[in-house]
Structures are given as structure tokens and as C-alpha cells.
Ligand binder design. Structure first.
Ligand SMILES: Cc1cc2nc3c(=O)[nH]c(=O)nc-3n(C[C@H](O)[C@H](O)[C@H](O)COP(=O)(O)O)c2cc1C
Length: 170
């Protein structure tokens, strides 16, 4: 992850500490082959997320699809990071058709008390990691499948899954 020097001083509307907190969460995102193919640019009114094409994998990701998913993961975490730091934030995706590597603009809007979910998500982002252990040969237990089916959409950290044993921890 690279954070560029701002091209202008940060405005009064938000504090640098909140921005740093948001980026610190954003860089915990998973990424294709751990390439971390993003730039987070500090702007006077927030953060811009740019695709770092120098990190795109020519053989396994020729069209940049996985690069974009990786950027999206980082974007989602940055938003939660802002929210956990007490800022409601707005995302504009691909805001400039003439500049497709500008993946998104993230702008803090106003102060807002973080929700329990915001804090949980940020805590989950900070402890998450890929699990590279091999899969077991036996089928996934019904109880686990039910849990996954019933889980709310989007990232959640209020429940975690452990398999094979113990099966579920909520
Ligand atoms: C779009 C995308 C594709 C990925 N593809 C694979 C994959 O094919 N095999 C794999 O083992 N991990 C894959 N990963 C996980 C990354 O390798 C992992 O996030 C990265 O190495 C960083 O490790 P961490 O998740 O523990 O922080 C993928 C992640 C993303 C975002």
C-alpha cells in the first residue's frame, strides 16, 4: 500500500487521524496474490482510490478483474474505518469515465456515532487473514451450510464460523 503525499493540505472538515485510521483498516483487505494493487490518495476533501496497474498480474489477471475486486475490498474497509472513526462517508464508484483507474472517491460527510457493527467490522478486518489449510474430504455439515445461508448479506463479524469443531460460535 502506498499513500501519496496530498496535493493540497487537508481541509478542516475532517482530521488526518481519521483518514489514517480509515487507511489503516483499508490496507487489511485481501488482494489477489497479496499484490495490494491500490493507491490511496489523500485529497483535500477525502480519499481517492486508484488502481495500481503496475501491480496487475499479466498472466493470471489479464483483464484486471481480480485487481478490481481487491480494490473493492479495500474500499469497503476504508468506509468502515471512517465510520468507526466517527464519520459517515460517501462512496462514488468510477466517478470519472475518462479516468477508469480512479476506482472510487470516498468522502467523509459528517460526524456520526459509530455503530456496534462498524466497530465489529473494523475489529474483524484487523484480525482477518486467509486460511490456507487444506479442505477436508468430507462434505460440509448441514448446520454450517444453514448458518452461511442465513447470515445477513455483506461482511459480518458478530458471528464467526469454526469448522470442523466446534461448529458455530455466535
Ligand atoms: C480477488 C482475489 C482473488 C484471490 N485468489 C486467491 C486464490 O486463487 N488462491 C488463494 O490461495 N488466495 C487467493 N486470494 C487470497 C489472497 O491470496 C490473500 O488475500 C492475500 O495473500 C493476502 O493474505 P491475507 O488475506 O491473509 O491478508 C484472493 C484474494 C482476492 C481479493
Amino acid at each position: 500500500m502506498t499513500m501519496r503525499t496530498p496535493d493540497s493540505a487537508a481541509g478542516d472538515s475532517f482530521d488526518l487521524g481519521s483518514v489514517e485510521a480509515a487507511v489503516a483498516v483499508a490496507i487489511r483487505a485481501p488482494s489477489i496474490y497479496n499484490t495490494q494493487p491500490w493507491w490511496w490518495d489523500l485529497r483535500s476533501d477525502g480519499l481517492d482510490l486508484r488502481a495500481d496497474r503496475s501491480r496487475q498480474l499479466a498472466v493470471v489477471d489479464p483483464d484486471g478483474h481480480s485487481l478490481l475486486i481487491s480494490c473493492g475490498a479495500s474500499l469497503a474497509l476504508a468506509k468502515y474505518g471512517f465510520q468507526a472513526a466517527g464519520w459517515r462517508a460517501a462512496i462514488a464508484r468510477l466517478p470519472d469515465p475518462a479516468d477508469p483507474d480512479l476506482v472510487a472517491r470516498l468522502r467523509p460527510l459528517d460526524r456520526a456515532q459509530p455503530t456496534r457493527a462498524d466497530l465489529d467490522r473494523v475489529a474483524a478486518a484487523q484480525r482477518r487473514q486467509s486460511d490456507r489449510r487444506p479442505y477436508k474430504p468430507e462434505p460440509v455439515p448441514e448446520k454450517v451450510i444453514d448458518h452461511l445461508r442465513d447470515s445477513p448479506p455483506g461482511p459480518t463479524s458478530t458471528s464467526s464460523l469454526r469448522w470442523p469443531s466446534p461448529t458455530l460460535i455466535t
